[in-house]
Design a protein. Structure first.
Length: 539
């Protein structure tokens, strides 16, 4: 069970109205790009100069017997722990307690006989350390001034105190560089541009609270999902990432070659067919949180490499999986935000609580077409609406479809007319048979399959099926997919004989669920997909 992301299409250029306006926009964009290039070149030059200076400091440290990269330092606690225990000290108060801690230097000030440094822990918590002549002596203070730079990891040992201004501090009696930074940090008082954030996420994590928060938010959401599954007696498994036969989704794979087996292999586009094999084998409730790879477009909701949750429940169906999905997401929201109402990055509050709406794809499309036509004459789209009639509607809207059929027209028309109107979390139910080759036919509506897609924030977050477990019908569907592949559909599935053989041993009636983990974070935070991935693929 998995999502089926569409190919990313380039956004049409905005109409400037006149040629001179277009020229002005181009010139302004060119000037901005030139300014950015100049700023980047100046920053690179400054960084190179700093690197030369810091490399020389490293050499001098080695010559004087100081290790710029020691195997360890004598830490006894952490910056967050000291803040938690002593954060309420009054100004000029002392504790008599000596601690050893380390952090990255994000602020450094030299006032002669007293140096102030601000040390930052990995979670962004900071504490002040004061290195004074009276406490460390002439030689140690001189060495500190000579060798210590912004960005270095610094170990300090000393008494926990509060400064005259009430700043929680460490009065240093001993210090050591724990790791020498050979490049300077970015300016902490200005925002990193998106390119730097994506390409150098380590810098993003150092300087930006929101980047660090996303890592913890993602971890909390994933841990919550695992707990929800554990509470329902699901078993977590791992399935192959390298596969001899790609399948489980309508998507183009990445291919590679195995020297050991001298065969073509594919990076997993979905774990579905292997998880179903597990259900055949008797693992009745099974899930996997995995990495998938699709050789397709990239945009604000699609990434070529992404994290996916898939789950299967024997004796469940797509209604069972809708209830499970709602619970998974609501529990994740509570784990992240303390409530089913989450606050996005732009300040918008979004309510994920309650029971979510369920609408029919065909009925909602019919209603939207009728409204778009003025409402006087009802327009009905059903599973028996002809391809020619659907093509006429698509042509009128300028919708072009590669290798069109009834199902593709219905889905594209639905996205065009209905998708943008969805505000609340909504399950879109009952899809055309042609677009869902792994899905059981609807129990009461001919030409429709028991599948839903969940839309949140206007994008598809999850999908679920009542699984097709009849091996004879599944073979027929695969053969039809092979025909589409021969006709040029590079997303069509291949006929997987081993999977069909597994089905022939009997798979119980089941419900299956697929949800993008990255997209779940988008729903919880309001951010784009690249912000939710710790190290996104960049060109």
């Amino acid at each position: 069970m998995t999502e089926h992301p569409k190919h990313a299409q380039p956004e049409p250029a905005a109409d400037s109205g006149t040629d001179s306006g277009a020229d002005a926009i181009d010139l302004a964009a060119l000037k901005a790009a030139e300014e950015q290039d100049a700023e980047a070149a100046a920053a690179d030059a400054a960084a190179n100069e700093q690197q030369v200076i810091r490399m020389a400091k490293r050499e001098r440290m080695l010559e004087t017997g100081l290790d710029p990269y020691p195997v360890g330092v004598a830490v006894t606690t952490t910056i967050p722990a000291v803040r938690a225990e002593y954060g309420e000290l009054a100004a000029d108060e002392t504790t008599g307690v000596t601690v050893g801690l380390a952090g990255r230097i994000v602020h450094l000030r030299n006032t002669g006989k007293l140096c102030f440094v601000s040390l930052q822990s990995g979670d962004g918590t900071r504490i002040q350390a004061m290195v004074s002549l009276g406490a460390v002596g002439d030689e140690s203070l001189a060495s500190f001034k000579e060798f210590v730079d912004l960005g270095d990891h610094l170990f300090v040992s000393g008494e926990v105190i509060s400064s005259r201004r009430g700043e929680l501090s460490i009065m240093v009696s001993e210090w050591a560089i724990a790791s020498k930074s050979l490049l300077p940090l970015p300016n902490l008082h200005s925002e990193l541009n998106e390119e730097t954030r994506m390409r150098s996420r380590y810098l993003d994590l150092i300087v930006r609270d929101d980047a660090r928060k996303m890592v913890r938010t993602r971890a909390a959401a994933v841990a919550s999902m695992r707990k929800t599954f554990a509470d329902r007696a699901f078993i977590e498994v791992e399935t192959p990432m390298l596969q001899t036969m790609h399948g489980g989704a309508a998507a183009r794979p990445f291919s590679t070659h195995s020297n050991a087996f001298d065969t073509e292999l594919f990076l997993r586009i979905a774990p579905e067919l292997f998880l179903k094999r597990a259900v055949v084998g008797g693992i009745d409730r099974v899930f996997e949180i995995n990495r998938n790879f699709r050789n397709e477009g990239a945009d604000s909701t699609h990434s070529p490499e992404f994290a996916m949750l898939e789950a299967y429940e024997a004796y469940g169906d797509y209604h069972t999986m809708a209830e499970l999905t709602q619970t998974l997401i609501q529990n994740a929201a509570i784990a992240v935000a303390g409530s089913t109402t989450v606050t996005w990055a732009d300040g918008t509050e979004y309510d994920l609580g309650g029971d979510w709406d369920r609408i029919s794809m065909y009925e909602s499309l019919s209603e939207a077409l009728t409204a778009a036509d003025g409402g006087a004459n009802p327009i009905r789209i059903t599973p028996v609406t002809t391809t020619d009639d659907l093509k006429a509607l698509a042509d009128r809207e300028g919708i072009e479809i590669h290798l069109p059929n009834h199902g593709k027209y219905v889905e594209e028309l639905w996205e065009h007319f209905v998708k943008g109107s969805l505000v609340r979390p909504t399950f879109v139910m009952d899809f055309p048979l042609e677009t869902s080759p792994l899905t059981r036919a609807h129990r009461s509506i001919p030409g429709v399959v028991e599948k839903w897609d969940l839309y949140i924030r206007g994008f598809e977050l999850a999908t679920a099926y009542s699984e097709l477990v009849d091996p004879v019908i599944q073979r027929e569907r695969f053969i039809e997919q092979a025909r589409l592949g021969a006709a040029g559909d590079d997303e069509a599935m291949r006929l997987d004989e081993d999977f069909l053989r597994a089905l022939e041993f009997g798979m119980p009636p089941s419900g299956g669920l697929g949800m993008g983990v990255d997209r779940l974070l988008m729903a919880l935070t309001g951010l784009g997909i690249r912000e939710t991935i710790l190290f996104p693929l960049v060109k």
